[in-house]
Design a protein around this ligand. Sequence first.
Ligand SMILES: [Zn+2]
Length: 96
Amino acid sequence: MSKPQNVKPEDLKKILDKIKSLSDDAVGNYLFKGYRIQISKYKQTGAERVQFLYKRRRENGLCIVCGKKVTKKNPVTGKLYRLCETHRKEIDNKKN
Ligand SMILES: [Zn+2]
């Protein structure tokens, strides 16, 4: 389980709004003044969880393998790479 994210009163409202709109963005582990709030999907399969984690990392510009911040962009698409430098090299090496 990842470390809870500290939230402010106004964040609580945003989280609830996300739940109301059935957005997966609400899923997370939050800490509010000593209270731990955990929001997860009920009866989610392992595969769905992994898929969700990948999606979340991708949206936040993190390496989909290790979760490290991705800083380099693909010059062709202008978008951030899906992988950090370490994992990008690793996969490139496997291809060759
Ligand atoms: Zn990585």
